[in-house]
Write a protein that binds this ligand. Sequence first.
Ligand code: SIN
Length: 304
Amino acid sequence: MVNTGVMLCGVRLDNPIIAASGCFGYGEEFSRLYDLDVLGSFSFKGTTVAPRDGNPAPRIADAPDGMINSVGLQNPGSQAVRDELLPKMAGYFHKPVMANICGSSVGDYAALAEIFGVQEQVGWLEVNISCPNVKCGGMSFGADPAAAAAVTKACREKTDKPIIMKLTPNAGSVTDVAKACEAAGADALSLINTVQAMRIDLRRRAPVLANVKGGLSGPAVLPIALRCVWDVYESVKIPLVGMGGVSTPADVIEMMLAGATAVEVGAANLVDPFACPKIIDGLPAKMEELGINSLSDIVGAAHG
Ligand code: SIN
């Protein structure tokens, strides 16, 4: 029998599949469809200190083999997540969850790391320095190595839980940002967040999205994500969580061969709410077909 288990920063995952932040809410809706304990884990919606309504509509645009979102970190805020949603989650998810946190200032990130860094249910903090849809913070931290390092250091000082810095492909050099995060104390890196993109409505002769630009995700970005994971794997020693357009067991294996220890699945959940369990079910057969006994053996194997 093949072994799908992997270790991520000292925490065991039964399989490498993590439902990605932003496409899975806090898991409740999906928990009505299937047993979430089949997942390796999930990363909850990017949570900020205070509640946010997000950006004005329209905030979703269609794209070839993907979608563009400009949601703008709509979330109920850290207090509601800690006091209401995490206790509720304990009823439907019995594994460590990944806490995705996002701020407008270094202080925000530190405050969130302090709040979620002591929650028993939280296995890892995924520090989102890559959201392209907010005016302050988000991607502006992830586009600059010094700013990314400052956020990493501030979070590191507040918690002993594993810190995973979530990187943007929109940085001038994703490898420079990755190296800066590693040097500042990150335990792992996740990549990629969405690729900045836009559409134009031909009849209105105006941008489709009220926010003009958004982030592209879905199968269209898989090759970009693979290239980023490949480059970062060659630049740092810490583990990587790969994501971007993954929707099949073959995509998972490709991402792991490029250097990912675990794999997040995002937009696919919006196309088919059963995408994650289907990928998990299909992994063993794909492994057998490719002669893979243990997934942890193939991490970065394409680098030779
Ligand atoms: C959003 O809420 O705008 C998407 C989250 C992200 O891109 O990090």
